[in-house]
Design a protein around this ligand. Sequence first.
Ligand code: GAL
Length: 722
Amino acid sequence: MKKNITQCVLGILVAASSVITHAQQPTTIVGMEQLAWSEIAPGVWSAQIGEAEPMTFRELAGAPSRLDDMEAMGETEFPFDESQTHGQVIGTRTSVRLPLGLTEQVYGLGVQFRNMNRRGQVYHLRTDHYGGVLGRTHAPSPFYVTSDGYGVLFNTVKWISVYPGIGNRKDSTLPPIRDRTTDPAWQARPTSDAVEASAMTEGMEVIVFAGPTPLEAVQRYNLYFGGGALVPRWGLGFWHRVPTAATAEAVTAEVDEFAKRDFPLDVIGLEPGWQSHAYPGSFDWSPVRFPDPRGFVDAMGERDLKVNLWENPYISPTSSIFEEMKPYTGSHTVWLGEVPDYTMPEARELISDHHQKSHLDIGVSGYKIDEVDGVDSWLWPDHATFPSGTSAEDMRQTYGSQVQKWQSDMFRASDTRTYGLVRGSNAGASAYPYAIYSDYYNHKGFVTALCNSSLSGVLWTPEIRSANSDEEWVRRMQTVVFSPLAMLNAWSSGLKPWSREEVIPEIRDAMKWRVRFLPYLYTAFAQYHFEGTPPFRAMVLEPGYIPSKDEKGVLDDVSNPYAQAVRRDVTDQYMMGDSLLVAPFFMGQKERTVILPIGNWYDFYTGELAGNGEVITVPADLSFIPLFVKEGGIIPLLKEANNTSVWTKGVDLEVRHYGTEAGSTRLYDDDGKTFAYDRGEYSWYAINVEKSDRGKLKGSVLQSSGDFPQTFGKIKWKFMTE
Ligand code: GAL
């Protein structure tokens, strides 16, 4: 239906609670209508421009909003000037314009590899393999969060172009006009006072998430989409993917080597060759390489190992369900396989039923969902059609989310948690237990993506695949160990952790830290689920990172190097959980700088004071990845172990305290593998360190809520700072 501006309807979505209004002077923007906002969840407001779209991120989300947890965050007001929010539908293009402060910085807009601050660039958000164009990425979430402490989601699955602080309307507040010849302050891209966005659609919902801090805005976003994924405990152990043509025998021999050589392992990943046919895939076991799938999965289970299966969704004519699936596939093929339309319940039922019988029932723990992101020349064209009527564009933007959805639903129906990998995702995916990965392989870019993932409601793994030197091998391993999913993806290289003999001790040491951090990391994932706090986060989300004037004196870049440092785009360090700062070394570095936020920070390994609100330099040494713990930080660790099942079986913990002050943290516990936590079967433990009048520190662990039986054993305290 064609519409003009006057016909544009600004609808109001059904409000879950009261409508909040602010009396402000409306700003007139020629031809655009002021948006009408209604509060749809605690601290979340929606405005509809034009017509409601058939598919939005809300329908694609993995779980219902966690309204009680959002309520518990406290009351808050609409975070910026409503009168400056506008929308417009002209024909089939919908646009939106929201205010942006002159010094406000913009973060998010998906898992990008290059930088973090989005102000002053144009992003054409499209699901794609890494690609060179700004905005084309594995997870092009149209969600941003600003340094003023709120978030915005353009709730459309369409290709969307976003202009954060770029482009000036003639009826907006314009900066002074400067003469390029004589004025050094002339700008190629003059500062603008708005974020504008538009997509080819006849309407769009815009959702605003209050803070008041950037972290709280991200928390509300994650909670609105069901809370972050609480992954199974085994998912936080070490993962290893074997070469694509490996047989059951070869895999068994390989995993036994891990044990013999004393290397951690929890998950073994099979690549395309586990299937009878791949690219397109049959989803059926290869009778040649895996003649006895159940026996194989059982054999892995006896070693406390989980099995993860690679697949891409394009179905081969040789698949046992091809004929049944055929009516529910699109007009075009991918690698000559047919493309199931997973918006159709029939297609979802068929594939779930097959996977349940052939994989889940014999103990398979999850999947690596490949090729749902793109490269245009591999996937379907823009004019492809699908039996449900879903457009090729909508399908392309959401295919990864759809596969995550049916797989997650299937595991939930079996009351079994999964954790897997996916190469394409989008907004609203917080509750899906999948880490995004890429064929891109730039170490720094991988760390930047890790920082950005926390601003887009997804998880990311900087997987290790191969290296050109011992140094690169160690540095990459040290990084992936401190990430949401620690994996060696040897599908092509065939490498093993011990392949580079000179650095076996460094590699083993890094991998063992992964397992030792399990209690701390699992708690971080519980916080992701119940509070929406990303387990790995960009520094801009860390309280105390951006100093207030009172805290750090005058913030001019001359007298205050810290202020200068935090203003640059910090893409090479990040937080893991509440207390740990991770600053990986990259190839060739003899030393690196680390920005320590305000407050005392201590060296993780020695407990010594490292700095406070300053930039420090750490000399490189192959044996470690720099880690820092904040004042009063408490880190619960396992004792040395190679497999996370030691916790399930009851295990003693080592609890480390850093600094000279009292502190407290929480430890989460549940069965680690089912959805019993959704039925209230979990416990939180309060870990406290108190300081006596004479300055002596003393620790205690108390069950603070829940009555899930304790699955860990005794606690050994270590006060790391003398
Ligand atoms: C790629 C994927 C790799 C590996 C390979 C197997 O698309 O990104 O990690 O799985 O397929 O063919």
